[in-house]
Design a binder for this molecule. Structure first.
Ligand SMILES: [Zn+2]
Length: 248
């Protein structure tokens, strides 16, 4: 395992493939790092937490990132919260996500349903993470040379956040499971996947001028990402769900 540098300031430090692979079941875990400061985005299932922490250490050496921001409560993005905190990394999430992680709520997070569908190993359980810190909607934080704006983005599931990062004139969107390359989305047959809210979210994100898109699965878009986002927004505008990453 090893961290994979994607841009000057963005690394993949976990995921289900590539040199950064931590577990077959992990979404992509990103590290933003300017040399002295930075943050982590998403924490994987926890199944590959040791490898993830080693990858982070490879980039940050003895320094500790400001914290790990969790996009949403699905286990492939949030299950490693307890492991991160155990390693001394503060974990931040929206209030809905934090509440579900505090009690390892397998109903709210659809983990039980996903496990029955074969998405996770039969013995995988969510580890309770009671001390997740709350990120208010629209809060803007300065972390080293990064300005991070937290945005509500429901649709894929309740409580989903995305993170807009401005860094020396470049704007990057860390979209979790909200948006993917080519303007694809992630729609599942779960109780809190809400297409009307998904449409509002994506159409709102299309108003932002985003250069780079770093999704929770698949390849990033490293230039003109607004084009990909606009494609999804235009589909929703016509009341047609955009292509689904789970089938296309
Ligand atoms: Zn998800």
């Amino acid at each position: 395992m090893t961290a994979r540098r994607i841009t000057d300031t963005v690394w993949a430090v976990g995921g289900s493939s590539g040199p950064e692979r931590t577990s077959d079941h992990d979404g992509i875990q990103y590290l933003l790092w300017d040399g002295t400061d930075g943050l982590l985005i998403d924490v994987g299932t926890g199944l590959g937490a040791d490898a993830w922490l080693a990858n982070v250490g490879e980039v940050c050496a003895d320094a500790t990132p400001f914290g790990a921001f969790v996009s949403h409560y699905h286990a492939d993005h949030a299950g490693g919260a307890a492991a991160a905190m155990h390693a001394g990394i503060d974990v931040y999430a929206g209030s809905v996500t934090a509440a579900a992680l505090a009690t390892a709520d397998e109903q709210a997070t659809s983990l039980e349903r996903a496990r029955r569908a074969g998405v996770y190993p039969e013995d995988y359980r969510l580890a309770a993470a009671p001390d997740v810190r709350i990120l208010p909607d629209a809060s803007a934080l300065t972390i080293g040379s990064f300005t991070v704006t937290v945005l509500d983005a429901p649709g894929h599931c309740d409580g989903h956040l995305v993170f807009l990062v401005d860094h020396y004139g470049r704007r990057s969107l860390f979209s979790g499971d909200t948006l993917f390359s080519g303007g694809r989305v992630s729609i599942q047959a779960i109780p809190d996947c809400r297409l009307d809210l998904y449409s509002d979210t994506v159409r709102g994100l299309a108003e932002l001028e985003v250069d780079e898109l770093f999704p929770g699965h698949g390849e990033p878009v490293l230039a003109d990402a607004s084009v990909d986002i606009a494609r999804a927004a235009e589909s929703f505008r016509r009341l047609v769900p955009p292509p689904n990453i789970l089938t296309a």
